[in-house]
Design a protein around this ligand. Structure first.
Ligand code: ZN
Ligand code: ZN
Length: 375
């Protein structure tokens, strides 16, 4: 096994290693006492609150107001907060004006789309790839993105996207989509609710990685596994949806962010999201089945833990923070695993089905292997 801790110095408690049985895994590098927090991720690299919850769940700390609309907001950017404190903390993020400007333009675009989506000019593109091999699907994906790079981008690139935008002066001004952008948008497909939400996720991720200059985040992000092929194989029209999102973002984003948006980065963002994002669940005493799922967050540093159906590590959310605590004494060299989706109580066939449908792998943890032998 190749040890790569120098590339990803994420925690003093563990190393990330390439395993011979496939993929990377996390191993304790010393003895760890029960209840030790081995990783604390202060905030996600990016997150989204799904559209129906956007006014009820704080976009900063993910606090849920029991279905009531939150009082603090940045209306033009469609951002809601649970308190003055969260609003202020958000506003204090360095260069946040770029993010607010981007979100405002996206909202403006989405409002336009909503009006036109109601009329009959919207066609959901259908695509069936069930008779195709993985290689053929991969070729199809590549060909579509090649078209975007070689034909579509040049067709809209002879414009100067908001030249002269001065980020210092953007604040408190209506961050309007300009005329040239408007013209280019007319060549763009419309986006729906989920695509709007996804666009914001991508925008926020680009912002954190490129503008906030969080080096470790970026390093970790480029090492994440992508589930692009698996997801498109499962939901073929997703490819067209991704392309729509890319086109809209490419035109709308302010120059400061747009210059970092290319098809390769975009695909890596979505592929990593599919493979690594954690659900943002309601924090309540209610049992798993009755809790609400508000959205999703990518905690890049926490993306290397494998699944075990008998995990030695649990993840807990505290506001926007996610921490990982060992639930038993750990020996040096032991693999640290979490459980993807609280499925430890299911029987083996249910568990395997759940993990394959959601995460595209067949679990070979100790518990599964043992139970498999008994079958
Ligand atoms: Zn809050
Ligand atoms: Zn298992």
């Amino acid at each position: 096994m190749t040890v790569t801790p120098e590339i990803l110095p994420i925690s003093t408690y563990f190393d990330i290693k390439q395993t011979s049985y496939g993929g990377r895994a996390v191993f304790a590098n010393k003895e760890i006492c029960k209840d030790t927090k081995v990783l604390v991720c202060d905030h996600p690299l990016s997150s989204f609150i799904s559209y129906p919850f956007r006014k009820e769940v704080c976009c900063y700390c993910f606090h849920y107001n029991n279905g009531k609309t939150l009082k603090f907001k940045i209306p033009e950017a469609e951002l809601w907060f649970c308190s003055q404190n969260c609003l202020m903390s958000f506003n204090n993020i360095q260069f946040v004006d770029i993010l607010i400007d981007s979100f405002s333009k996206l909202s403006q675009r989405f409002q336009q789309c909503k009006k036109r989506l109601n009329s009959s000019n919207f066609d959901e593109q259908q695509l069936n790839l069930s008779d195709k091999t993985d290689d053929e699907i991969q070729d199809f994906i590549e060909a579509n993105w090649k078209n975007i790079n070689n034909i579509w981008i040049p067709s809209v690139s002879n414009h100067d996207t908001n030249s002269g935008t001065n980020i210092i002066h953007v604040k408190n001004k209506a961050n309007k989509v300009n005329n040239q952008q408007q013209k280019n948008l007319s060549k763009c497909p419309l986006i729906n609710e989920e695509e709007f939400t996804e666009s914001r996720f991508i925008t926020q991720l680009l912002f954190h990685m490129q503008i906030c200059n969080e080096n470790l985040h970026r390093e970790v992000f480029t090492n994440l596994q992508s589930n692009e092929l698996e997801m498109i194989k499962r939901f073929p029209p997703l490819l067209f949806s991704q392309i729509k999102i890319f086109q809209n973002l490419y035109i709308i984003l302010p120059t400061e962010l747009q210059k970092f948006l290319n098809t390769a980065t975009f695909r890596q963002i979505l592929g990593s999201e599919y493979a690594n994002a954690f659900g943002i669940w309601e924090l309540s005493d209610a049992d798993q089945d009755s809790r609400e799922l508000f959205g999703s967050g990518l905690y890049a540093e926490a993306s290397f833990f494998n699944n075990s159906c008998q995990p030695n590590l649990v993840k807990t959310r505290n506001g926007h923070q996610m921490f990982f605590k060992v639930i038993k004494d750990i020996e040096a060299g032991e693999e640290l695993c979490i459980n993807y989706g609280n499925n430890t109580a299911m029987d083996i066939s249910e568990r395997q089905k759940y993990l394959f449908e959601n995460w595209f792998f067949h679990c070979a943890c100790t518990k599964c292997k043992t139970e498999c032998l008994k079958l």
